[in-house]
Design a binder for this molecule. Structure first.
Ligand code: CDP
Ligand code: MG
Length: 833
């Protein structure tokens, strides 16, 4: 009652302040609180009483006061000159015209799907419409909107933009949260976060208590996390009838989502784009004066039709066509252009598509075309950086008074992000080298020219071979259209597709959803940690369910590595692994590295496994590169070679930046930097999950014990294991399931004639004609025996790769028996403890 009276008194005071304002009296305390940045008197009081305010009347009043404060603040901004200008800009966006319609559909439906072209204002406007309309309502301060983004960078840039549009700083009514970073205040009612963050929140708060709206953005991308989130939300909706779910997509194929959510209404925001003139490789080559002689052979479609008739999978067909085109271009006759271009085009390489052709086109645009920014879609970050390096040495493209050369990819710094949206000075042409992030999630306003290399890095997974890979693959037709569309936002534009039109015709219509093409291990762990029941039953409720075989493989893998027990329940290890958002094997490695106090080298190994191979092997300097790498070998381990290389780099970096060191040793400076950054990130995660305390030095007492590090690597990479079979002059390698396997030629172990260890553990096997192992480390019997998986022999079909099975497969029965009894004793000893 006392609290109620005090709040009541304050309520009166607030109202009288407000009426004085209206009469034209300025009041300093009110003005301060309406700017939102400082704590006004009201807020102090709320802070004091809110936790105590259990009576509904009090809560309502507090909400009313807050809402009314927010309303005032919104009004002050909207009436200011900058606010008016901003509103004017916003009202030009196609989404703005649909504002009322969207809000009314949201108010009368629990789920709605909104589609509209990229740049029409979905991400920046729709969450804002909801926020603004909630603020106008009586209980506005109770609204709590969460908008998920597939990538960190879009969550960060969009939240900043929306705060700016609302005349605020980040952390007031708009905030963001991504892994290890975020800004969110007490008054934040609209939070942009990555999908992963919302999934983590569900871990602690299954009903999303207090959340009023969930907006899932970019659902057309069909990322694994988004598909997963949709299953969880679909299950949650009946328990939270007042929760609104809004799905946003940049493509028009929203039917699938609508039928998944019980025929939820679809709203389409009509868009407008200017015509875009399209050039395919054949036209571009004509323009440049090249002749692509054997091109006609694939142009007549004969082979393509045959493939279609054979009903091969689109993936296989795609790769066949890709190699045909690569062959054709490889054999092309480029007589009338500079030797440099000939060279680069004649080794058409899916990883780096004709840099010289791109250079030629960019230069041509800069010299001869109308003003307008150029957006170049590249395969990945590594391509972008090597192209940038090349362009910076170009007389025109590298001249900062003529060209503003920027990059746009998932790991760019926020200062660089901002430059992308800004207009360059007069006479300077903006060129942005981007990954497919610029396809739908980031809109660069003034683009008029688009170059599209036709590829993107895609994780793919072959359930039959159980081998994942991250490879550049041809994009889908929808992606190609999206890329083209980027050129026609402000005026008629031009798009250069750097591949022939017949390749485009063979593109798949849509990209396969991630859940159907990647290993499901992390996803399975997440399902378990959210206690969502049986993994396969849960995944059967997905928008498109993954193959049963893929699910089984994942479950089996998790059992093999000890993350799940026989009954598919999380083990203690599994529980720790769910706290580390990374591949389970990397998590395992870090956990054991910290337990055994050899964390420093293990951080490097785990980081090294997550970035592009830092050891470069340029085709023309292969011998030199191999010689450079061999300095780091000696331990029969690619992983330990990397640790040596990194330590050398770190030492050189502190002194002179490390570039010369990289250059001398054929190392990629970018990969080294990426490893350095990841190491820091991993360490934070370990501290977060309390595996490492703040004094990280104590985790490093054994970091020079090479055999211990080997054992930890073995523990993490198991069951990626093969037996070393020595013969007279050299050795061969055998795995239990594939028989003979080979090493990649750049492995330090590939150059050895003998390996004085009985086993190699490897990070990855890849199937190209034969099966190749990438990144291996030799391990001893004792490491394998104690740190390989658990001892049992595996299931009846020999599926589970348990250690007992390995020992029996590869060893003389007597030796295997002896080893097994040692291990049993060891296990008994551990359990006894
Ligand atoms: O989500 P959608 O692709 O529909 O568009 P959006 O990201 O909401 O962007 C709408 C418009 O806001 C863009 O066309 C840009 O003109 C502008 N915008 C901006 O100027 N700066 C940003 N950081 C983000 C968007
Ligand atoms: Mg968007």
């Amino acid at each position: 009652i006392t609290i109620f009276k005090q709040v009541d008194a304050h309520f009166e005071e607030y109202l009288s302040q407000k009426s004085r304002m209206k009469e034209g009296f300025s009041d300093s305390s009110f003005a301060r609180s309406s700017s939102g940045s400082s704590t006004g008197t009201d807020e102090g009081l709320f802070e004091q009483y809110e936790p105590l305010a259990s009576s509904k009347g009090v809560t309502d009043k507090i909400l009313w006061l807050r809402s009314s404060q927010m309303r005032d603040q919104q009004q002050v901004w909207q009436e200011s000159p900058e606010g008016k200008r901003m509103l004017e800009f916003r009202s030009t966006l196609p989404a703005y015209k649909e504002k009322e319609a969207i809000l009314s559909v949201i108010s009368s439906n629990q789920v709605i799907i909104i589609s509209g072209q990229t740049g029409c204002g979905k991400t920046t406007q729709i969450p804002q419409f909801i926020l603004e309309s909630e603020i106008q309502s009586v209980r506005g301060a109770a609204c709590n909107i969460i908008c998920t983004q597939p990538r960190r960078i879009s969550a960060m840039s969009v939240s900043e933009r929306v705060a700016f549009e609302r005349g605020e700083k980040l952390g007031e009514s708009v905030g963001y949260k991504v892994r290890l970073e975020g800004t969110k205040g007490r008054d934040t009612h609209l939070l942009f976060c990555t999908t992963g963050i919302l999934l983590r929140r569900l871990l602690a708060d299954r009903n999303l208590k207090g959340v009023t709206h969930v907006i899932v953005d970019e659902i057309h991308e069909r990322g694994m996390n988004e598909d997963f989130l949709l299953i969880v939300l679909k299950d949650l909706l009946p328990h939270r009838p007042e929760l609104k779910l809004i799905l946003m997509s940049a493509t028009l194929d929203a039917e699938l989502f609508s039928s998944y959510f019980n025929r939820a209404p679809i709203m389409n925001i009509p868009g407008f784009t200017y015509p875009v003139k399209t050039h395919f490789l054949e036209n571009i080559l004509d323009m440049t004066g090249y002749r692509l002689t054997p091109y006609n052979q694939i142009d007549d479609y004969g082979q393509e039709r045959m493939w279609k008739m054979n009903k091969q999978t689109p993936r296989k067909r795609k790769s066949q066509i890709a190699s045909t085109v690569e062959d054709a271009i490889g054999a092309a006759d480029f007589n009338d252009y500079s030797p440099q271009t000939q060279e680069s085009l004649s080794c058409w390489n899916p990883d780096c598509i004709g840099f010289s052709l791109i250079e030629y086109l960019l230069c041509n645009i800069c010299k001869n075309e109308k003003p307008g920014a150029v957006l170049v879609f590249m395969t990945g970050w590594d391509d972008i950086s090597s192209l940038k390096e090349k362009l910076l040495t170009h007389p025109v493209l590298g001249d900062p008074s003529r060209v503003l050369l920027l990059t746009c990819h998932g790991s760019m710094a926020s200062s660089e992000q901002r430059l992308i949206f800004e207009e360059p000075e007069n006479g300077v042409r903006k060129i942005v080298l981007a990954t497919n992030i610029a396809e739908t999630s980031i809109t660069i306003n003034d683009v008029v020219f688009v170059l599209d290399c036709g590829k993107a890095k895609e994780t793919s997974y072959d359930a039959l071979n159980n081998t994942p890979c991250l490879l550049p693959t041809w994009i889908s037709k929808v992606s190609a259209q999206q890329r083209r569309g980027r050129a026609g936002r402000v005026q008629p534009g031009e798009c250069y597709h750097l591949y022939p039109s017949c390749v485009y015709d063979a593109f798949a219509e849509y990209q396969l959803p991630e859940i159907l093409r990647t290993p499901l291990q992390s996803l399975c762990l997440q399902i378990k940690s959210l206690r969502l029941g049986s993994i396969s039953e849960f995944l059967a409720r997905a928008l498109q369910s993954p193959e049963i075989l893929a699910v089984q493989n994942a479950i089996e893998y998790l059992k093999t590595i000890g993350a799940l027990d026989e009954n598919e329940n999380l083990t203690i290890l599994g529980r720790y692994l769910t706290m580390l958002p990374m591949e389970p094997k990397l998590g395992k490695m870090l956990i054991l590295g910290s337990i055994f106090n050899c964390l420093d080298p293990i951080l490097t190994v785990a980081a090294g496994l997550s970035v592009r191979d830092p050891f470069l092997t340029p085709l023309d300097k292969k011998d030199l590169a191999e010689a450079a790498k061999s300095q780091f070998s000696g331990a029969y381990s690619d992983h330990l070679a990397l640790v040596k290389a990194y330590e050398g780099w770190k030492y050189a970096e502190i002194d002179q930046g490390g570039y010369e060191y990289c250059w001398k040793n054929f190392l990629s400076a970018q990969s080294m930097k990426a490893i350095d950054a990841l190491r820091r990130e991993f360490l934070c995660l370990l501290k977060d999950s309390e595996l490492v305390d703040n004094n990280a030095a104590s985790c490093n007492t054994w970091c020079h014990d090479v055999n211990l590090i080997r054992a930890v690597i073995c523990y993490a990479l198991y069951p990626g294991i093969c037996s070393v079979v020595h013969n007279e002059k050299s050795f061969s390698l055998k795995t239990m399931e594939d028989g003979q396997v080979l090493l990649y030629s750049n492995s330090v172990n590939a150059r050895e004639t003998t390996i004085p260890y009985p086993w190699l553990v490897f990070n990855e096997k890849i199937k190209v004609n034969s099966i190749f192992l990438r990144d291996s480390t030799a391990v001893s019997d004792s490491a394998m025996l104690l740190f390989g998986g658990s001892l049992s022999k595996g299931d009846a079909d020999g599926h589970l790769k348990m250690l007992g099975g390995y020992l029996e497969f590869f060893m003389e029965p007597a030796v295997a028996d002896m080893y097994q009894s040692i291990r049993r004793e060891f296990d008994g000893f551990i359990q006894g403890k």
